[in-house]
Ligand binder design. Structure first.
Ligand SMILES: Nc1nc2c(ncn2[C@@H]2O[C@H](COP(=O)(O)OP(=O)(O)OP(=O)(O)O)[C@@H](O)[C@H]2O)c(=O)[nH]1
Ligand SMILES: [Mg+2]
Length: 368
C-alpha cells in the first residue's frame, strides 16, 4: 500500500495564521459564522500522509514538552520518591526489606498487584543473581521494566486517523471524567498543528453541556455544531456534524458525548447508535473512540474500561486528572490489563494540559 501513496504534503509551519474573526453564532441555526482561515495542512491528495504526520507530530511534541509532563506528575513522583531514598542506602543484606518497601510504594501509586509483584520478583531474581549490583542498577532496571509494560502490549500511542477527511474522533466515558475538557484541549493541540476542526455537541442529555462545549469552541477558535432543538438525539447531532465536516472540508470532527455509567444498558446502547450513525456517513468512522478515565478513581477504572470496550470498542484512552492524583501508576496497570494504548494524559485544567502520552517521558517524569 505504501508504494502507491501519493507524496506527503509538506508541513507549512512558516505560514502565519490569519487573525481570527470574533466568534459568533448564527441566530437561527446556532452554527457559528463561517471562517475564512485555511488549514495549513490542506492537501488535495495524500490524506494518509496528512494524518500519519499529524499523529507523529503530536507525539514528538510530547517528548519535547518534558517540563509539562514533569510538573503534571509531581504528586506521583513525590509518592515514589521514597524509592530513591531506599535505593540510595541499599546493600545486599537489606534487599528483602527494601523490596518490601518498594512493593508498598508501587501499590500505593496504583501500579496494581499483578505488575507490582512481577516487577519486584524480577528485581529480586536479578539482585540475587548478581546482575544488579548497586542502587542505581536497581533503579534503571525498575524503569526499564515499567517501560516494557507500557510499550509491549499497546505500542501505538499516536492517533490513528485513517485516510479519509474528515477523521472522526468520539470521546466517551462516565460522568465528570473530563470528556468535554479533554475534547477542548485536544482541539487546541490539533488546531495548533494547522488542522481544521469541527466540534460536535453530542451531549444532548444535560442542558448546559453544549454551552460548555461552545466555550471551548470559542477558546480554541474552532467551529461547533449543536442540537437544533431540545431533546435531540445524540446520534442526529453527531451525524449532522460529520455531514457538515465532509461537505465543508474539515480535517477532524471531534464528537462529545454524554457521561454515562458503564452499567446503564440503554445509555450504552445509545453510544452504539451514535457509532452506527457516524459510519453511515463516512465508512470506517469513527476512526478513534477515546475513553476518558479519571485518574483519581484508582483501579476501579478498569471495570469501566472493560465495559465500554465491550460495547463500543475503545481504540485509545485519555487518563485525566493525573495532576491531582498521586496514583499515576494506574497508567501502567490500565495498559497492562486492557492492552489498549493510553493516547493522552490530562495533567491540569488549562487548555495546554493535555499531553500526548509518551511512555519514556512518563517513566522519566515519575522516576527522575
Ligand atoms: N485537575 C484536572 N482537572 C480536570 C482535568 N480534566 C478535567 N478536569 C476537570 O474535571 C471536571 C469535569 O470535566 P468535564 O470535562 O466537564 O467532564 P465530562 O466528562 O465532560 O463531564 P460530563 O459531561 O458531566 O459527563 C472539570 O472541572 C474539569 O476542569 C485534568 O486533567 N486535571
Ligand atoms: Mg461533558
Amino acid at each position: 500500500m505504501a508504494a502507491s501513496l501519493p507524496q506527503l504534503c509538506p508541513l507549512q509551519t512558516s505560514k502565519p495564521l490569519l487573525s481570527q474573526p470574533s466568534f459568533g453564532l448564527h441566530p437561527s441555526s446556532r452554527y457559528p459564522l463561517s471562517r475564512t482561515k485555511e488549514s495549513r495542512f490542506k492537501c488535495s491528495a495524500g490524506q494518509t500522509g496528512f494524518f500519519t504526520k499529524l499523529g507523529r507530530l503530536l507525539k514528538e511534541k510530547a517528548k519535547s514538552d518534558v517540563e509539562k509532563i514533569f510538573s503534571g506528575f509531581s504528586k506521583t513522583r513525590d509518592n515514589l520518591a521514597v524509592i530513591d531514598e531506599l535505593l540510595l542506602y541499599w546493600n545486599l543484606s537489606d534487599t528483602d526489606r527494601v523490596l518490601d518497601e518498594l512493593e508498598e510504594a508501587l501499590l500505593v501509586s496504583d501500579f496494581g498487584p499483578r505488575i507490582t509483584i512481577k516487577i519486584v520478583e524480577s528485581l529480586r531474581d536479578d539482585i540475587y543473581g548478581g546482575k544488579l549490583k548497586s542502587g542505581s542498577d536497581i533503579k534503571d532496571a525498575l524503569k526499564r521494566s515499567i517501560l516494557n509494560f507500557l510499550t509491549s502490549k499497546a505500542p501505538k500511542t499516536e492517533l490513528q486517523l485513517g485516510y479519509r477527511k474528515p477523521a472522526v474522533i468520539m470521546i466517551v466515558g462516565v460522568n465528570g471524567g473530563g470528556k468535554t475538557t479533554s475534547l477542548g484541549k485536544l482541539a487546541n493541540r490539533l488546531k495548533k498543528e494547522g488542522t481544521k476542526i469541527l466540534m460536535a455537541a453530542g451531549d444532548t442529555f444535560r442542558a448546559a453541556a453544549s454551552d460548555q462545549l461552545e466555550i471551548w469552541a470559542e477558546r480554541t477558535g474552532c467551529e461547533i455544531v449543536v442540537a437544533e432543538k431540545e431533546h435531540a438525539k445524540a446520534a442526529t447531532v453527531l451525524s449532522q456534524a460529520v455531514k457538515r465536516g465532509k461537505e465543508q472540508g474539515y480535517d477532524v470532527v471531534l464528537c462529545d458525548t454524554s457521561g454515562r455509567l458503564h452499567t446503564n444498558y440503554s445509555l450504552m446502547e445509545e453510544l452504539v447508535a451514535c457509532k452506527k450513525a457516524l459510519s453511515k456517513i463516512i465508512p470506517g468512522a469513527p476512526n478513534e473512540i477515546l475513553l476518558v478515565l479519571d485518574g483519581t478513581t484508582g483501579l476501579n477504572m478498569l471495570q469501566q474500561a472493560r465495559e465500554f470496550n465491550e460495547v463500543v470498542g475503545v481504540t485509545g484512552l485519555i487518563l485525566t486528572k493525573l495532576d491531582g492524583s498521586a496514583r499515576g501508576g494506574c497508567v501502567v496497570s490500565v495498559v497492562d490489563e486492557l492492552g489498549i494504548p493510553v493516547k493522552f494524559v490530562g495533567v491540569g485544567e488549562t487548555v495546554e494540559d493535555l499531553q500526548p502520552f509518551d511512555a519514556e517521558a512518563f517513566v522519566n517524569a515519575i522516576f527522575p
